[in-house]
Design a protein around this ligand. Structure first.
Ligand SMILES: Nc1ncnc2c1ncn2[C@@H]1O[C@H](COP(=O)(O)OP(=O)(O)OP(=O)(O)O)[C@@H](O)[C@H]1O
Length: 667
């Protein structure tokens, strides 16, 4: 364990003063031979909880933890709770175990140990007060198991609560709520919660898990708000809800108007916000979350915020939300990237200018996409980070980077970023895809094509490139793709996701709707066709690849390909810092952009004519013509069909350039 931070020391000291005993219950190793319970025994509940008379600290009090999961913040345990967790863990592991894999590989992850120690319901089975004493903020890398971290306490809490309930009661109680920014994620989290519910012990005093129900509540599908209310009413029991904020706010509003006989009680013990920086960073979503919290916050409820990133800009909103609860809050941070920043004034000036430009642009975009009040249920995050309502597009000043939390990008991901001119991106996409497929063919471990996601900033560009790929002679063989963005009807979004997950089509062209939370196990590569507007989004996009990567399987490493254009030069220093922090290869042309706005790059490479012939079609093209061409592939020799696309390529450039004010994803 690394040396304890001052906050940690303070917290430990406080716990001792609180006078709680630091008891440990030993788990039955024999019953669980294949899981690392020793780690649980060592770390779990090893800390001290705050005494009830402790002053409520600043909600953002920090506890740093290292990879071994130490630094727990509370001591409390119960045979019931542990027993439940043991069952859930073993059964859940069994379900998720891939053939040929040893169950020993499933060890509780640091964020799970921490979340369980903080959020698990207290232990005394006879206690009528089954409330946990702490809120938490859990920051941990992508694919680090955050869903199980917040899901297990919620599911176990609901089961323990069920055991105490009067038999025969038909009232529906909403026991836990998970809010997420997209519909796809709401459906996925609901599935995970269902898997956890079905992993609970079945031989408890009551009917075990049978009366805990999980419901995904989001718009766009065949179920209306009233349908969701009817499902809740007719089923009864404890409900765990995974929802987009818009739909849940609508349900609550409607219930408030309809309900006379209290058939449905919304008094959640757990209010979890997954991808919480996204929920807080978008004005519409944040308003809906605030409304939900105000409506159903109770002294019993625990708040839990989770994400892989935590930008400064959302801190105030998080604080406000946390302050709705009287409980203290622990912030758990696992594996942050530390980025050295070497400020220079010129860079800062450029950043300030860029931000003010972006704010202006963002306000313009907002004006075009203010959603109608009606149908608010369907609102989700905007697909393009650059369209955020808070004017945070490309908000990457050095100071922000220094204070933001970015979780480590998993080391097994190879990051390949090339500086590239805008008008060459279509061609570069083709060459990159061809290269990926060639590498797969050459590898003995890839009998099937790997799945890949190509991210776009704008729906128009996405659609344009989808058509562009369709026009390629070898479309079916090499470039067959699906689309995922907010202008597609939900049934198409679901269908495309299913087809992609099944591997029938291996390429998904997506906006940032697919950037967060989605777990598709065999995504082998991500291509940032449009580099995201900020590093948080980059971290989340990267996290879609290689989520169940097995380093010993001999397969190609999951790889992130990013096309970085000259117009993003003000972001370059931060991107270099991030790549260096990840020990990734840094394109010399990117360094040149950092060092002297690309002058160095220009001098090294004699100015050349636009390779597509003729004059550059736009200002961007002009810059690109002078810029080092990153392409190490000899595109036109290798892919003669591209020569025929010259005019199309220029139009593609125009689409990317001109689309900033139209065709935005207003979901
Ligand atoms: N302790 C564990 N050991 C191994 N795999 C785990 C463990 N816990 C969860 N997993 C698996 O890891 C995968 C990723 O988990 P999950 O989707 O919860 O990640 P996440 O941290 O929420 O990622 P993101 O930030 O991208 O949303 C899932 O398939 C999950 O079943």
């Amino acid at each position: 364990m690394s040396e304890a931070s001052p906050n940690q020391k303070r917290r430990r000291g406080r716990g001792k003063r609180g006078g709680r005993k630091n008891k440990k219950r030993h788990l039955n190793d024999e019953a669980t031979p294949t899981t690392s319970w020793s780690a649980l025994e060592r770390d779990w509940f090893a800390g001290s909880s705050a005494s009830s008379d402790d002053k409520i600290p600043d909600p953002l009090t920090e506890t740093d933890v290292t990879d071994n999961g130490e630094g727990s913040t509370r001591s409390s345990e119960s045979m019931d709770t542990l027993e439940h967790l043991r069952h859930l863990w073993v059964n859940f592991c069994k379900k998720r175990q891939r053939p040929g894999k040893q169950s020993q590989e499933w060890q509780p992850r640091p964020i799970q140990l921490q979340a369980w120690s903080i959020l698990m319901p207290p232990n005394d089975a006879s206690s009528s007060k089954r409330t946990q004493t702490c809120n938490m903020i859990g920051l941990s890398p992508t694919a680090s198991g955050k869903t199980l971290a917040f899901g297990a306490p919620m599911v176990i809490g609901a089961n323990l609560y069920t055991m105490k309930k009067q038999p025969g009661s038909t009232t529906t109680i909403i026991y836990g709520i998970v809010l997420v920014p997209t519909r796809e994620l709401a459906l996925q989290v609901a599935k995970e919660l269902e898997a956890m519910v079905s992993s609970l012990p079945q031989n408890t005093k009551t009917s075990g898990s049978s009366s805990i129900r999980v419901l995904a509540c989001c718009g766009g599908g065949s179920q209306s708000t009233q349908d969701h209310i009817d499902i809740l009413k007719t089923k009864g029991g404890q409900h765990l809800i995974s929802a987009t904020p818009g739909r849940l706010a609508d349900i609550m509003e409607k219930l408030g108007r309809q309900q006379q006989d209290k058939e449905i009680i919304i008094r959640p013990r757990y209010l979890v916000m997954d991808e919480c920086d996204r929920l807080a960073g978008n004005v519409d979503l944040a308003q809906q979350v605030t409304a939900i919290l105000n409506a159903c916050m109770s002294p019993d409820a625990s708040l839990a915020f989770f994400s892989a990133t935590y930008p400064q800009k959302v801190q105030e909103t998080w604080k406000e939300w946390m302050q709705l609860s009287s409980k203290r809050c622990a912030m758990i941070r696992v594996d942050a990237v530390s980025m050295e920043s070497n400020n220079n004034n010129k860079h800062n000036r450029k950043m300030q200018k860029m931000e003010s430009d972006n704010n202006q642009q963002s306000q313009n975009d907002d004006a075009a996409k203010v959603p109608a009040k009606e149908g608010a249920e369907d609102k989700e995050e905007p697909a393009d980070d650059s369209q955020e309502d808070d004017g945070t597009k490309k908000q990457t000043t050095k100071d922000a980077v220094k204070n933001d939390f970015l979780s480590r990008i998993p080391a097994y991901l190879v990051q390949t970023l090339h500086v590239c001119s805008e008008h060459k991106k279509p061609k570069k996409l083709i060459t990159t895809l061809d290269r990926i497929r060639k590498e797969e063919q050459a590898s003995q471990y890839h009998r099937q094509k790997r799945l890949g996601v190509v991210f776009f900033g704008r729906i128009k560009t996405l659609q344009y490139m989808s058509n562009f790929l369709k026009k390629q002679p070898s479309y079916n063989k090499n470039y067959a793709c699906l689309e995922l963005h907010s202008q597609l009807p939900q049934h198409m979004r679901n269908k495309n996701m299913q087809t992609f997950q099944s591997g029938r089509v291996t390429l998904l062209l997506a906006t940032d709707i697919a950037a967060r939370g989605l777990h598709v196990s065999n995504i082998g590569f991500v291509i940032n066709y449009d580099f995201p507007g900020n590093l948080e989004q980059y971290v989340h996009r990267c996290g879609r690849a290689g989520r169940d990567h097995d380093p010993d399987a001999g397969r190609l490493p999951p790889t992130i390909y990013s096309f970085f254009t000259r117009s993003l030069a003000p972001m370059a220093p931060d991107v270099v810092s991030l790549l260096e922090a990840c020990k990734a290869w840094v394109d010399p042309n990117l360094l040149a952009l950092v060092n002297d706005d690309g002058k160095e790059a220009r001098s090294k490479n004699k100015p050349k004519h636009d390779q597509d012939g003729g004059k550059p079609a736009s200002r961007e093209d002009k810059a690109g013509a002078n810029e080092v061409d990153e392409e190490q592939f000899s595109d036109e020799d290798a892919f003669p069909e591209l020569s025929a696309q010259k005019i199309v390529l220029k139009r593609a450039s125009n689409v990317s350039d001109a689309s900033s004010s139209s065709g935005d994803d207003s979901d």
